[in-house]
Design a binder for this molecule. Structure first.
Ligand SMILES: Cc1ncc(COP(=O)(O)O)c(C=O)c1O
Length: 432
């Protein structure tokens, strides 16, 4: 039983690894966009295991690709031998990355992907100075945590990098939030110049940024900010790392990668989560001269193994064959428009934001910009009670996050929207 499992979980797993919900649930089966818990309750899943079940559950094309690989008897060989699936996937990703003369290094997690990006950037530039963005999340290793601008997720002050912090583009709070979009871009670019002049020794290696901050509650800057930043970075030879762990593969609907909203090409791009649809697959893409700046041998035992890359190829083929980016734009608009018209005007809703199938609702105390995590939690629990799984996030834990599989249908979007609107309206009535 789940209750017994909860006690056993608490007895052997660390307390700093949080569980969702007042009554945590165990998901035991899934199909399409729906999952069922150990008590037999079924849910429409708008969070996809943190944007990771990108195609959905039990998709035949992906299951069969894994089964074909399993049937060969080869689960692991190590990268000391040629891996056909890995080469094929690297070719597809390199070609789609937008990065010229690209090389791809596969890892097991987004953290490791960012760690690898930071490694090659610091080697290439012979500097350990990095620019990062406030309210960011890049992972749980020392370097990835070191560029994470969110106190809740900064579990250690030990940092192999020297980091200077830029403004996030938050439209609700923070020094630049009161400005219009164009003014905000100008102010953030001005801030970058000032940070470079005052907080660094000049020879900075790279700037790392998420096009839409995932853990940070889907905060995103006005389109074009990265272009403003990149112009300044180029004056100094500083590299740009786009962390596309949450924003990649067409999730934003308008582009295949989040960075494309800004009209730039990054020097390095990291990916993870969705591309394995649950299998451990992540990596970094970069120009050959940058990615190959490793003055020693380096490899990852499991990174890009035959199973995970079989999954990755099947996921990418499925995604492209079904044009899921267009689906994210179409179905995401139903959700975004529906949320904006039904709850966007409520006193407790500061912002409905995001792009495609990456949408957040930020909750505040009525009429203020003061975060309301308690209200957010009530909405979150009410969604679950209504049969909808969502996520939470934001610097203050006051953002409801939706990142459903990109295969979400219009009908499912409307079904989930109705649950969301009900949950938000009833929680808002209590708050008023
Ligand atoms: C933007 C971003 N980068 C990096 C990571 C770290 O990925 P992982 O948990 O696979 O190590 C995450 C995880 O949520 C993320 O959202």
């Amino acid at each position: 039983m789940t209750d017994d499992l909860l006690a056993r979980h608490r007895a052997v797993l660390p307390s700093w690894m949080p569980l969702y919900y007042d009554e945590p649930i165990e998901l035991v089966s899934g199909s399409g966009r729906r999952v069922t818990d150990a008590r037999g309750r079924s849910y429409l899943d708008f969070f996809g295991g943190v944007l990771t079940n990108m195609i959905g559950y039990d998709i035949p094309e992906i299951r069969e690709a894994i089964e074909r690989q399993l049937a060969t008897g080869i689960v692991h060989t190590s990268t000391l031998y040629l891996i056909r699936q890995q080469v094929e996937l690297a070719e597809k990703i390199a070609q789609r990355s937008g990065i010229p003369d690209a090389r791809v290094f596969f890892t097991n997690s987004g953290t490791e992907a960012n760690e690898a990006a930071l490694l090659v950037a610091t080697n290439h530039r012979r500097s350990h100075q990095i620019l990062a963005v406030r309210n960011s999340y890049h992972g749980r290793s020392y370097a990835a945590m070191g560029v994470t601008g969110n106190r809740t997720w900064s579990a250690s002050g030990l940092n192999p990098l020297q980091v200077a912090w830029l403004h996030s583009g938050d439209r609700v709070r923070g020094l630049l939030s009161r400005l219009g979009a164009d003014e905000q871009v100008d102010a953030a670019v001005e801030d970058l110049r000032e940070v470079l002049a005052t907080q660094t020794a000049g020879d900075v290696a790279a700037l790392i940024a998420e096009p839409i901050q995932g853990v940070g509650g889907f905060v995103h800057p006005p389109d074009g900010l990265f272009a403003g930043w990149k112009k300044v970075l180029d004056e100094h030879g500083i590299l740009f790392i786009a962390d596309e762990v949450q924003t990649g593969w067409g999730r934003t609907g308008e582009h295949f990668w989040g960075y494309q909203a800004h009209g730039i090409t990054p020097d390095l791009l990291t990916f993870a989560k969705g591309v394995g649809n649950g299998f451990a697959l992540a990596g970094v893409v970069g120009r050959a001269e940058v990615l190959q700046a490793v003055p020693g041998i380096s490899f990852s035992t499991f990174g890009g193994n035959p199973i995970s890359t079989a999954a990755g190829n099947a996921v990418l083929d499925y995604l492209l064959a079904h044009d899921l980016q267009a689906n994210a734009a179409r179905v995401g608009a139903i959700l975004a428009d529906g949320l904006r018209s039904a709850v966007g005007g409520l006193d407790c809703v500061a912002e409905v934001r995001g792009k495609g199938l990456m949408l957040g609702v930020e909750f505040v105390r009525p009429g203020t910009s003061e975060p309301d995590p308690a209200l957010t939690n009530r909405v979150f629990e009410a969604c679950r009670a209504g049969g909808l799984l969502t996520g939470k996030g934001g610097l203050h834990g006051n953002v409801l996050r939706m990142g459903p599989p990109l295969t979400l249908t219009e009908e499912e979007a409307r079904e989930g929207l109705a649950i969301l609107v009900d949950a938000i309206r009833s929680a808002a009535e209590v708050a008023a």
